[in-house]
Design a protein around this ligand. Structure first.
Ligand SMILES: Cc1cc2nc3c(=O)[nH]c(=O)nc-3n(C[C@H](O)[C@H](O)[C@H](O)COP(=O)(O)OP(=O)(O)OC[C@H]3O[C@@H](n4cnc5c(N)ncnc54)[C@H](O)[C@@H]3O)c2cc1C
Length: 423
């Protein structure tokens, strides 16, 4: 395999759970790896949109947590533990799900450390802006960085950008949302400081505050159940997912309007909390975002799309390269999440072809970019699963770079098992 002119064996776009998993997977398989991330920190939605829990590391239900994701994801958990975060599975009595609660600041540092330990070349404040390709392969990406534009040449590539931005600039065909123009709702996460209320916050009072908000504001809140909230350990801040909105399309104009209107809503919401809820008299808006949390954007063409039925049956396959165990969680109607549970052993396999771009031999997908139909996507997208699909994509990309052609699933599985992944 000619590698003389390549800067890297594997180039990863995006540093969320999918991209980080891919970079670790590829590096452990022996590849020279670069990761390009548009923010000044890694973590994806966990650090850029206050998504403060890892879902998908464990099976649903049961009295004890049963792990479904290890490998790269487990390395990140180990580093978080070294930074003092206990990372224990937390069981939600209402949903039966097991999650890992996160601290975004420690997560940023943990991810820096893990990638440094694997010798990954990380480019922060750098965005993959263009790609050059032949009929069936990507040759290089153009990165818009702090020092202008530069080109990175690679043998193979992983799109871990969440929004399929690498596949987009490579000209890959896309499906938007469910294919009929419906995209899952976005959320503006907010953090409220100055809350003196001790102990449990009364949900009825929060619901009454939302009603009061809806009387006062021209933009309405659909989540009339009071949304999802918790107190942040340490600061006691009130962390709240309440502003769920529909996203009409994926234009920069719509994203701008979404950010601006959600911020206005957050300001009014905190005024209402101050007026209406005991213990919130001195509340202030401590943080929005940094950006809206976007559940869904584009789905680039993959060689296989995981189906609704694959999830419901808990389908296992010989070409499976990752486990997925989070139930289907759909936010098609803003403010009204709907769940469906996984059958069979409580997890299903992500097949290698769901990670492989249709028609582009050296492009692999990680995290929420992987091939899945609109309902299956409600399960595949969570961050624990993104580490697992990412690690598999990274291994597949590394083996592609080594052999000059895509590997078969058996080779990817063997390498993943050697790396400690669960399949
Ligand atoms: C409101 C909300 C709540 C959620 N709740 C949970 C939850 O509790 N637990 C859970 O596990 N999941 C949850 N999810 C889903 C989960 O956050 C995402 O599906 C997950 O983050 C997917 O990981 P990823 O790495 O594929 O993508 P992302 O986390 O989106 O990461 C993609 C990364 O790529 C970068 N990037 C994008 N374009 C470029 C480019 N051109 N060049 C360079 N970098 C680029 C981005 O900056 C980002 O860092 C939630 C999502 C939302 C919106």
């Amino acid at each position: 395999m000619p590698r003389n002119e390549s800067d890297y064996d594997v180039i990863v776009a995006g540093g969320g759970a999918g991209g980080v998993g891919a970079a670790i997977g590829a590096a452990k398989a022996g590849a020279r790896v670069a990761l390009v991330e548009k923010y000044g920190f890694l973590g994806g939605a966990a650090t850029n949109a206050q998504v403060l829990a890892y879902c998908g590391f464990f099976h649903h239900g049961g009295n004890e947590a049963v792990q479904s994701v290890a490998g790269a994801g487990e390395e990140v958990r180990d580093e978080l533990r070294r930074l003092g975060l206990d990372c224990k599975p937390y069981h939600s009595p209402t949903t039966g799900n097991w999650i890992i609660l996160l601290d975004p600041e420690r997560l940023k540092v943990a991810l820096d450390r893990v990638l440094a330990a694997h010798g990954v070349d990380v480019f922060l404040h750098s965005r993959v802006a263009a790609a050059s390709r032949t009929a069936d392969a990507i040759e290089s990406v153009t990165v818009a960085g702090m020092d202008g534009r530069f080109r990175l040449i690679g043998e193979s590539f992983v799109d871990g950008s969440g929004d399929a931005n690498l596949a987009l600039v490579a000209g890959q065909p896309m499906r938007l949302g469910d294919g009929e123009g419906r995209i899952q709702a976005f959320t503006m996460p907010i953090r409220v400081g100055g809350v003196t209320a001790e102990g449990r916050i009364d949900r009825q009072r929060i619901i009454a505050a939302v009603d009061a908000f809806n009387e006062r504001s021209p933009e309405k809140i659909n989540r009339t159940d009071g949304g999802i909230y918790t107190r942040v350990e340490g600061s006691g801040d009130f962390w709240w997912l309440i502003i769920d909105r529909e996203m009409p399309d994926l234009s920069s104009r719509s994203f701008t309007r979404a950010e601006q209107s959600a911020r206005e809503m957050a300001v009014t919401m905190v005024e209402v909390l101050r007026d209406k809820v005991e213990g919130f008299e001195r509340a202030y808006l401590a943080q929005t975002g940094p950006q809206i949390g976007v559940r869904e954007t584009r789905h680039p063409a993959a060689r296989y799309e995981i189906t609704h039925d694959d999830v419901l049956q808990g389908r296992l396959r010989e070409d499976g390269v990752a486990r997925a165990s989070w139930p289907i969680e759909l936010h098609t109607e803003a403010g009204k999440p709907a769940y469906e549970f996984i059958g069979g052993p409580g997890y299903y396999h992500v097949p290698l072809d769901a990670l492989h771009a249709k028609g582009i031999g050296n492009l692999w997908y990680a995290g929420r970019v992987i091939g899945a139909d609109p309902r299956a996507y409600g399960s595949t997208r969570v961050m624990g699963t993104a580490f697992a699909s990412g690690e598999a994509a990274g291994v597949a990309a590394a083996l592609t770079a080594g052999a000059g052609q895509a590997p078969d699933a058996a080779a990817v599985r063997a390498q993943l098992l050697a790396q400690g992944a669960l399949i």
